[in-house]
Design a protein around this ligand. Structure first.
Ligand SMILES: [Zn+2]
Length: 165
């Protein structure tokens, strides 16, 4: 098996790597087919070493910008609705706690009021038999219900408004 070799190969290779061509080597490389091939391969190897081809391609700047904008918007939306969500939870807890504590505290009176309500309601449909306590309880429950409802609606509207942007 015949191997094509040139005695100047090593010098030509060094010249390509260093970029410094001696006159004799340069003139030889311009006429020697083997050395021309060495130059081509060496140059190609240098280009390959310079470009990180094995690394995954970076996303385009437009893509990065778009994603940053999206993340910013998401964060802003979360920040905007967080106080509402906290208020909603607090309102629910307060409503439940006040109803429970009020019921426990005024239970005998509630029972009495319910008995009066039960006895009086079907007969003449009058609100007169209701004690002031039961009226205040009903208005309190209605008020808390309305507060929770408004908070829920506000949250839903805020969510929709941010989603449309
Ligand atoms: Zn040669």
């Amino acid at each position: 098996m015949k191997v094509w070799e040139c005695p100047y190969e090593t010098e030509v290779l060094q010249a390509v790597q260093s970029g410094q061509w001696e006159r004799l080597i340069h003139s030889h490389a311009s006429v020697c087919a083997i050395c021309q091939e060495v130059v081509q391969v060496a140059e190609w190897m240098q280009v390959l070493a310079a470009t990180p081809e094995n690394e995954p391609a970076l996303p385009s700047p437009a893509q990065i910008w778009w994603k940053a904008q999206w993340l910013e918007k998401q964060a802003a939306g979360e920040q905007a609705t967080r106080p509402i969500a906290i208020f909603q939870h607090v309102a629910c807890v307060v409503a439940v706690l006040s109803l429970v504590s009020l019921s426990a505290w005024k239970w005998p009176e509630i029972q009495g009021g319910l008995n009066v309500f039960k006895q009086a309601w079907p007969r003449d449909w009058s609100l007169a038999p209701l004690t002031s306590l039961s009226l205040s309880l009903i208005s309190l429950a209605l008020g808390l219900f309305c507060t929770t409802l408004i908070a829920t609606l506000y949250t839903l509207l805020a969510d929709n408004g941010l989603g449309k942007e």
